[in-house]
Design a protein around this ligand. Sequence first.
Ligand code: BYC
Length: 475
Amino acid sequence: MSGFDYTDKIPNNVNLSEDRALKRALEQWQPNFINWWDEVGPEGSTNFDVYLRTAVSVDSQGWAQFGYVKMRDYRWGIFLNPGDDARQIHFGDHKGEKVWQDVPGEHRANLRRIIVTQGDTEPASVEQQRHLGLTAPSMYDLRNLFQINVEEGRHLWAMVYLLHKHFGRDGREEAEALLQRSSGDANNPRILGAFNEKTPDWLAFFMFTYFTDRDGKFQLAALSESAFDPLARTTKFMLTEEAHHMFVGESGVSRVIARTCQVMNEVKSDDPAAVRAAGAIDLETIQRYLNFHYSVTIDLFGSDQSSNAATFYSSGLKGRYEESRRSDDHLLKGQNYKVLEMQSGQLVEKEVPMLNALNEVLRDDFIKDSEAGVGRWNKVIEKACIAFRLKVPHKAFHRQIGALAGMKVAPDGRPMSDDEWATHSKASLPSAEDRAFVASLMKRVVDPGKFAGWIAPPAMGVNRQPIDFEYVRFN
Ligand code: BYC
């Protein structure tokens, strides 16, 4: 096992000590990162000892070592998956050529833009989740929140390393700007829409980690195909960490549903008011949260037809999800793909060149993957003998990006008049009253083994520890 040296100021497996200028530049960025973390990272966590997973190497035994770490002393490092000298570009116009270890001049602007957009989401999510520790439903959940936060911080480091190493002065300026933009800031917001929304409560957090972290999975998987080998190797390693974030979301929502169903059976009612009066979150509210997080997340894939997407693919910068497992020609010229558009008040399918529709291709892959987990949530409801079923809304519901932006379409895909939309969209998205109700349940429960009344305990603890393990020492 080739381990990382945690006595290094910046732990890494990229031979940082051999590149003194780069090391110095990153060491200058490091205190700015720590200041950013102190100012907008997880509130009040500085002195906590948290039972965290830390990577000590990138191989299968080393990437998940558990132990107590003081939050402030977490060692954010730079870790790339091992390289393969024989690796070739396997899609687009450069197919069959050797992958690039440096950025070709003609692709510099596009690559920088992709890396900056990816990098921008990581600190954004930490900012969005900043206050959640104050209302954690259990010590187990608090620990999972912190695990996600430190890893998003590390993912920011991963992109900043690429910017510093490969993009000279522009890259250093972009790395600074990543700490200056701020989620929800009216003057200097984060780049993509969903990362400027609030994550005000734990139901929103679980929906975010289920849906929005899954956008991370698909985007990182597409970037892990890149002809720019350092980007491919770093995103591959990020993907190992991303899986836990989606697990937190899927199991979190599942536990909320389990508790709701238990309460519904106890009070023998499916009336949302009765469920709420008994301290659980009604399934209708869960559906509205789902509608919101799903729709803002599918916007993250960009416009359904995008010449950027075509350029990114043809020039080898960004592949498709599981590109190497697909059996077509990996060039896609002359192929078509169906996208939706509104014509005379009706949603109709239209064939467009596939290269231009690659954002839509990735969005559709994401949709399939998302639906599978919603099916597993429905199994929990079914097991409790309750007739309600959760459903992802139609792709055209509540969109703000692409050809479907601003279309008035119900969650079931029915186009609506302005008047209908005004009432129905309100009924399909969390209302101020829903949010206030969920907020009223958010009370901090952090005694080991205790859980807030609106969520069921998990099936098992972290790293085979018991559920009542002391995951966080508050000191
Ligand atoms: N909100 O031609 P288009 C993650 C912009 S999540 C606001 O369709 P393109 C994570 C677009 O930037 C994964 N603006 O764009 C999860 C462009 O602006 P400019 C993040 C948007 O380039 C949880 C303009 O509209 N990674 O890791 O084809 C926690 C034209 O649009 C939005 C990536 O996204 C939006 N939703 O595709 C932590 C991968 N959508 O440049 C982390 C890198 C589009 O004209 N990014 N716009 O000013 C990309 O591959 C592409 O930039 C996009 C957009 C797929 C996002």
